[in-house]
Design a protein around this ligand. Structure first.
Ligand code: BG6
Length: 459
């Protein structure tokens, strides 16, 4: 039997735009996602958009009962910026009432709310002005953060500023996946810098409003593994580490932007515009904890025909197709639980052993209805095996002294996932899209209950 530390957090993560529904109702204004599906519905799997998410806006009370039913003691979701402050300034009273009741009911049920402020959902009014490309976005976000702390600080004592900030930077400005879907390395770096400063001003607002809880950030610090020990492959790994791991972890935890990152952006003529005083703010406001989302590792090799200055990340490192990789046969990502042990050691050795938790880990499965038994239950043994393998590695990391305080899965109820719609299912509960988003328990939900009740499992 492996046992986790006392008071370990067991739970799941999701986000406002992926679960609430009521995308254009109850005073909420458009986000980029609401607008994008109006403009380009063909980009979205089955034409499903933020209006089609699992209606947590109405169903949250029952969902909280379901959390209790499977032994969760914590849950992360986010606040929708465009719902709380539809024009960026005016408080939407209905949103305040909704979130207050939601968080209060979680607390009453013994579910600790971990509340995140930004999960890829830029308000449209701000995007029209340039979004994260503008310095105005930093101040707008700080105002939103302060408002959220003032309105909900008495109910929430665990906050996060951003979920996976790299995603809106890369997908929006480098790889063409998310709105505005442009490819411009210089803009991507500027967007990254503004996101970083928005994070810091939110932490500053948290300290200045004298909150008594903790604030952190949720990062997808995908561990990297080089093809070989050869200099060029190692250089590629170093570039990937600087951009993917250190770019946010170093400033948020250690209070400094890594010198290698500064050198890299200068060398490639990507230097962002900064403001006097930024450095001091970065130094003064470290986070209290880190959340790490881990799905799969990144394997890298030397870039082929790299250009200088770099036009995109493929000029700095290339993806390596490791021949020995084990794949998730139901959607195609690599499965490599060992990385969680490596991450545990990295947090211990390189980041002052700061408190951290696994804020997302899970297995997406397409066409999951094929695993439904005669009683209508999804028998997702593959998911149980996936999580046990990862938990075993995490446990090894904790035994080695890493300061990990919880394990959250992605996700609780199958949820809408951006352009992928409902293609990849991750939940402990299946959601029936043809039947008013009815939820039904999967086998993994039963397993999770036992896991959290025992605070561990038999290996
Ligand atoms: C995570 C994001 O990285 O991946 C979620 O935080 C997202 O918002 C999840 O839904 C699953 O992504 P996908 O690509 O499998 O649908």
């Amino acid at each position: 039997m492996i046992k986790f530390p006392d008071n370990f957090l067991w739970g799941s993560a999701a986000s406002a735009p992926q679960t609430e529904g009521h995308a254009l109702l109850n005073g909420k204004s458009h986000t980029t996602w609401d607008k994008w599906i109006e403009l380009n519905p063909e980009k979205f799997n089955a034409g499903q958009g933020p209006k089609d998410t699992s209606n947590v806006y109405e169903l949250y009370e029952d969902d909280i009962k379901r959390m209790v039913e499977i032994g969760m003691n914590s849950y992360r979701t986010s606040i929708s910026w465009a719902r709380l402050l539809p024009d960026g300034k005016t408080l939407n009273k209905e949103a305040v009432a909704f979130y207050r009741d939601y968080f209060e009911k979680m607390n009453q049920a013994g579910i600790k709310p971990i509340i995140n402020l930004f999960h890829f959902d830029m308000p449209w009014w701000l995007m029209e002005k340039g979004g994260w490309e503008t310095r105005e976005s930093v101040d707008a976000f700080a105002f939103y953060a302060k408002t959220a702390f003032e309105e909900f600080g008495d109910l929430v004592d665990e906050w996060a500023t951003f979920n996976e900030p790299l995603v809106h930077i890369e997908c929006g400005y480098l790889y063409g996946f998310h709105y505005p879907a442009i490819v411009d390395f210089k803009k991507a770096i500027q967007v990254g810098y503004h996101t970083l400063m928005a994070h810091f001003l939110a932490v500053k607002a948290y300290r200045e409003t004298k909150q008594t809880g903790r604030i952190g950030i949720i990062l997808n610090v995908t561990p990297t593994y080089a093809r070989s020990e050869e200099t060029m492959d190692q250089k590629a790994k170093q570039n990937a580490d600087v951009l993917i791991i250190k770019s946010f972890l170093d400033p948020c935890v250690l209070g400094t932007i890594p010198a290698e990152l500064v050198d890299l952006v200068n060398e490639h003529e990507l230097t962002p515009v900064t403001e006097a005083g930024d450095k001091e703010i970065i130094k003064e406001y470290p986070v209290d904890f880190i959340g790490i989302n881990y799905y799969q590792p990144m394997r890298v090799q030397a870039a082929e025909n790299p250009r200088t200055p770099a036009v995109t990340t493929s000029d700095l490192f290339a993806h390596y197709d490791w021949p020995e990789k084990r794949m998730n046969p139901y959607r195609g990502w690599e499965i490599y639980p060992e990385a969680l042990y490596d991450v545990s050691l990295m947090m211990k050795n390189d980041y002052n052993n700061i408190p951290w938790y696994v804020s997302e880990n899970g297995m997406g499965v397409a066409e999951e209805e094929r695993f439904m038994n005669d009683n209508g239950m999804i028998e997702d043994d593959y998911r149980i095996e996936f999580m046990e393998d990862h938990l075993e590695q995490l446990h090894k990391g904790i035994e080695a002294g890493s300061n990990c305080f919880g394990y959250h899965t992605w996700t609780f109820v199958d949820c809408w996932s951006w352009l992928n719609g409902y293609r990849n299912r991750y939940g402990f509960y299946r959601v029936d899209l043809d039947n008013n988003f009815e939820r039904s328990l999967k086998k993994s939900g039963l397993w999770y209950k036992e896991l959290s009740q025992n605070n561990g499992f038999e290996i």
